[in-house]
Ligand binder design. Structure first.
Ligand SMILES: [Zn+2]
Length: 423
């Protein structure tokens, strides 16, 4: 259960003048939605001593902190997380039941946002063959668009395609995501036929290539980090081919064709995305158009880093320390461009992460990795025992059981009864 999570955090920054404004029935000029991929609630207090005063701490101090929040669905992966946040409903209704899932009609596994009827804008590859069409309900961004007769501008940006596309809903002006082939941001013909000039100019700056020449250094001396474990745990991945997992990390030994992709697994991925969001904010005049605009930002690098190093790593703590500075810079920019009190900002996570099972084992806590093929085999033998036929079961994936309705029919079994037995 690699992605089992424990907490959910939602912060709203609505400062007093917005509240005043709402009393007078006026609307905020801009809504900024931030989803931090794989952020656990405990990071807010565990890493607190290295946070500045104007990032996470400011959001908590001046905003509302919703701590009594729970997930009511499984599995809690990135796509259902982003879809649930923005639709306000669960996968059963919005249809995004995982990142990829088995489609009973097509009899194959499909990806949440893949759509071959559209092509890439901004690169000569297939990474833009995407759309939000598998999302079955509206999002808060769609509802804003409907409420203003299409006048609100909705821009959604992320490193991961699904983290940009799903929050933008069906009516976004644009969703942009990182293309690890080119190191730039791309979109799909679902949204537009060519990139706006500001996106082309941003991509021409080749920021990704500049970051690849940088070194990931800690923001503070190692001894100041909360993580009281060594920085070279056996289960940490040697992402940078350095034969070590301690700081600093450089791209020097990474094969050239892997560097742009690896960038997503470093805080530079967040920095790149932040710079892109900043460019969107300024060039699209977000919050300055006399309508409520919506900027959705998905910080995806936190998830890649979390999967490689785990929630008890110096790497993850340093990533959040650096993200805290970016949040602080973003608030400063919003105050300058949109005006303090004229925008609503919320920050939440699509899911959390469990402790690494090998870390738990090292600490004598009973743990282990789930072997899904063993579960699949025992489901088959259960089907054989119970119904004399393993073909009752069509597919087991994504921690979900898919029944074969036509076999159930031909065996003259009652579908509701069969469902109950598997439940
Ligand atoms: Zn995620």
């Amino acid at each position: 259960m690699k992605r089992l999570f424990l907490f959910f955090i939602t912060l709203f920054m609505v400062n007093s003048s917005v509240l005043e404004g709402q009393k007078n029935q006026s609307s905020p000029k801009l809504v900024v939605g931030i989803v931090v991929d794989q952020m656990r609630y405990d990071y807010l207090y565990r890493f607190n001593s290295l946070f500045g005063e104007n990032g996470f701490k400011k959001l908590i101090k001046e905003g509302s902190n919703f701590t009594f929040a729970h997930f009511n669905y499984v599995p809690t992966h990135t796509a259902p997380g982003h879809a649930s946040i923005y639709t306000g409903t669960t996968p059963y209704f919005h249809g995004i039941i995982s990142n990829s899932w088995y489609d009973k009609r097509l009899k194959r596994t499909i990806y949440c946002t893949s759509d071959r009827s559209f092509s890439t804008v901004g690169a000569n590859d297939s990474k833009g063959q995407m759309s939000p069409k598998k999302l079955l309900t509206t999002t808060i961004t769609d509802q804003l668009k409907l409420a203003t007769n299409g006048r609100s501008k909705i821009i959604s940006v992320a490193i991961k395609d699904r983290a940009a596309i799903l929050p933008g809903g069906h009516t976004a002006n644009a969703a942009y995501w990182y293309d690890s082939n080119t190191g730039g941001f791309i979109t799909s013909t679902f949204y537009m036929q060519q990139l706006p000039d500001w996106v082309k100019k941003f991509n021409d700056r080749k920021l990704a290539d500049k970051y690849m020449k940088s070194i990931w250094k800690l923001s503070y001396p190692l001894k100041e980090y909360e993580i009281n474990l060594p920085d070279n745990k056996a289960y940490e991945k040697d992402l940078f081919s350095e034969n070590k997992t301690t700081f600093p990390h450089s791209f020097n030994n990474v094969p050239k064709n892997m560097k742009r992709s690896l960038l997503s697994s470093t805080p530079f991925g967040n920095e790149l995305l932040f710079n892109f969001a900043k460019a969107a904010l300024v060039n699209e005049h977000m919050g300055q158009r006399g309508q409520t605009d919506f900027l959705a930002i998905g910080f995806s690098s936190t998830d890649y880093i979390g999967h490689s190093y785990g929630p008890n790593s110096v790497e993850i703590e340093d990533t959040y320390v650096k993200l805290d500075s970016l949040i602080s810079e973003l608030i400063k920019l919003l105050n300058r461009q949109v005006g303090n009190g004229n925008y609503i900002l919320f920050l939440t996570a699509d899911h959390g992460v469990s402790e690494n099972p090998d870390f738990l084992k090292q600490n004598n806590i009973p743990s282990g990795w789930v072997n899904f093929s063993v579960i699949s085999d025992s489901l088959k033998s259960f089907s054989k025992r119970k119904f004399g036929n393993i073909n009752i079961l069509e597919n087991f994936s994504n921690k979900q059981i898919f029944l074969n309705y036509s076999n159930i029919n031909s065996l003259k079994l009652n579908l509701a009864d069969v469902r109950k037995i598997y439940a």
